[in-house]
Design a protein around this ligand. Sequence first.
Ligand code: SF4
Length: 219
Amino acid sequence: MENNELNLPGYEIPEDVKNVVAVTTLDRLLNPVYNWGRRSSVWPLMFGLACCAIEMIAAQASRYDLARFGMEVMRPTPRQADLMIVSGTVTKKMVPAIVRLYNQMPEPKYVMAMGACASSGGPFKEGYNVVAGIDKFLPVDVYVPGCPPTPQALMNGLIMLQKKIDKEKISQVRWYRKGHDSVEIPVPILGPDLIDPRRIPDIKAAAAQPVTTPAQAGG
Ligand code: SF4
């Protein structure tokens, strides 16, 4: 970066120290370094759900070499991971565990939906035991299409995530805001069906509606 680029307009630097002193803001100077450090050391959580996970494992092998992106360290504990790659079919039975793992990850954290199943339910969308995309429960940052997506597609998704991290500003990110609490998603309840606690008021309102038979409806 040129010295001139660092000097903000409105702050005149005397001629004799122009090449020694730079005046800038924390955001302008630190953001590129801060984001470069974060995006070059994204540690994914080590877990997989179905066939997409095999492609994720292949991406971690020597042929694709994710070490180039600083992403080769997959952590077996959510406490040390900052990227959740949801790779595979998301069954209702697994959702409470996935949400609990997400809640245990420290901020800043990111979610990638890898493959058609994690993005939308994929070929099992109508299945009684499958949810139509993990974004019904978690905030997804990047979607990787395909069934299965290739390791190259996953790498493209990781590069997209890096671009997203590059655009974040220290002064605006939610985890540095005053009074910010980590995003805690209510863990869904698995009974005869999966219940999202955030939708309980809607469910109660729907249950309170009078039942209309087809005969009453004139059908
Ligand atoms: S998207 Fe295709 S490859 Fe991936 S988990 Fe679903 S069925 Fe398997």
